[in-house]
Design a protein around this ligand. Structure first.
Ligand code: SIN
Length: 295
């Protein structure tokens, strides 16, 4: 396995301590947990998605562990504008605030609350199980372009997190790029469900949800590869990453940085562990690795 040179990097307008970020939705609801993940070796963190009004989320069960991952249907629970109080603990750190809304104007209103404290925004245009939000908008290239433009007009680096649950993810990535996105994040969870054979009913309260974890890693690699061919802005790979070798594979597909989510549930120290294996003073310049599998 090759190694990379350590040190800070700027990806999609955000200065990160290294190439590894905490993905949205995992330990991103409090300033204390975000600070803990940064201390443990992450180069940056993405918060839980914040929306235009407080939401309790879907009825439980909201999560089921499956072979190679987790299926969740949290339903975007969030405290809305009050989340600003959590960010005091991580002021000045590379914290990307994940935002969602039901229309371009709602995305912009939510982002406006965090304009002075966010290192960047990640637009959740990809949650697969929240009617009227996430992938409901994120499957439509015109809406993706409009939402991106509305938030980017605030002057803060704007990343767009894409859904894999579309026929052609590259079309959606290109729409984000047209809207002025500084980076694309690929991918959010893959639509999935389990049924309890004893209860003869869906396991999740919402019936279906989104699959994350190592089971979706090959899907994420393929999406990053396709986006790299179609887009010129940086891509941040996300989906099932759990090792330094996975990080390199994502980078070879075209990712300039990588988000880690579900693997944190099994190993809270995963950022330090991966960074310990990934970086060496005689390592390669990441620019030699990003996209090297193409051509
Ligand atoms: C959720 O809170 O429902 C998960 C968010 C997502 O899948 O984007």
């Amino acid at each position: 396995m090759c190694t990379l040179l350590p040190g800070p990097v700027e990806i999609g307008g955000v200065r990160l301590k290294n190439h590894l970020l905490l993905a949205a939705g995992i330990l991103g609801s409090t300033g204390a947990s975000l600070a803990r993940i940064l201390r443990s070796g992450a180069g940056g963190v993405v918060t839980k998605s914040i929306g235009p009004r407080p939401m309790e989320g879907h009825p439980g069960p909201c999560l089921v562990v499956v072979d190679g991952g987790v299926v969740n249907a949290m339903g975007l629970p969030n405290p809305s504008a009050d989340f600003i109080n959590e960010l005091t603990a991580v002021r000045g750190e590379p914290v990307v605030v994940s935002v969602f809304g039901g229309a371009p104007e709602e995305f912009a209103s939510v982002a406006e609350w965090f304009r002075d404290v966010a290192a960047g925004f990640e637009l959740n245009l990809s949650c697969p199980h929240a009617e009227g939000y996430g992938a409901s908008l994120g499957s439509d290239p015109d809406l993706v372009e409009e939402c991106t433009r509305a938030v980017r007009s605030l002057g803060v680096p704007t990343w767009v997190k894409l859904t894999p649950n579309v026929t052609d993810i590259a079309t959606i990535g290109a729409a984000a790029e047209r809207g002025g996105a500084d980076a694309i994040v690929a991918i959010n969870t893959v639509k999935a469900m389990r049924i309890s054979t004893s209860l003869r009913r869906p396991v999740l309260g919402n019936r279906f949800g989104g699959l994350s974890g190592s089971a979706i890693f090959p899907i994420a690699v393929r999406c990053v590869y396709d986006l790299y061919e179609a887009c010129s802005i940086p891509i941040i790979g996300c989906g099932g990453v759990s090792s330094a070798d996975n990080v390199l594979e994502m980078m070879m597909a075209g990712a300039s940085a990588v988000e880690i989510g579900s693997a944190v549930l099994a190993d809270i120290g995963i950022f330090g562990r991966i960074a310990g294996e990934l970086y060496a003073s005689d390592g390669a310049d990441a620019r030699e690795i990003v996209g090297c599998a193409h051509g």
